[in-house]
Design a protein around this ligand. Sequence first.
Ligand code: F6R
Length: 241
Amino acid sequence: MEVKVLKSEEINNEVSNRIINLVNSNKNAILGLATGSTPVGVYKKLAEAYKEGKVSFKTIRSFNLDEYIGLTEDNDQSYRYFMNHNLFDHIDIDKNNTKVPCGLGDVEKNAKDYDAAIDAAGGIDFQILGIGSDGHIAFNEPGTSFNEGTHIAELTDQTITDNARFFAKKEDVPTKAITMGLASIMKAKEIVLIAVGANKAEAVKELINGKMSEDWPCTILQKHNNVTIYADEAAYSKVTK
Ligand code: F6R
């Protein structure tokens, strides 16, 4: 696991450059994408690079990590809406090639089909991750089995409280999500996790110093052979050297 402590702007530059280099060298690249506050700066840089003619996403495919259960695509709190608004509407990617797990209808079947679709596409080349203050990655909350594929997850009260900032009130935050599992994420060839801000410090400490444990889902990354952790000073502040 490589760890880089940088300023948030530097993290956005470095991660977006890694994605641009990958896409420019592999027209069939498959990106694993995240939502939330963390990747927004990276997505802005990708949109800028596209506008400046430095990269094209025309033949690129993507799979998102997760989606709330019960929200339609046009709901401005859905992760499909987030992705369109923050990235896909600003680059030349074919939206048919962008997949977000579907949280409507037969969600158990959707979950099974999602892992099959990732495998059929050849697997994720580059996975971008944020991290929850409780150490979740995607919506794999503490206690989730390391062996789970895409599944339906109950959000913890901590995550609901953390995400309430995006909603009018806490009661509006969905309590369930469809999420790629830890086993699905671990299949990605290359993983980049970004952690910014003091509220991520405990989770980053466990990720780097902690014992691998399902109590801290992020610690599964310790056994992946190509992971880079990008943290700012605040998120790194509790790590012991
Ligand atoms: C989002 C996701 C979540 C977030 C995490 C951090 O697709 O999978 O695990 O990465 O909750 O959220 P932010 O970035 O809003 O702090």
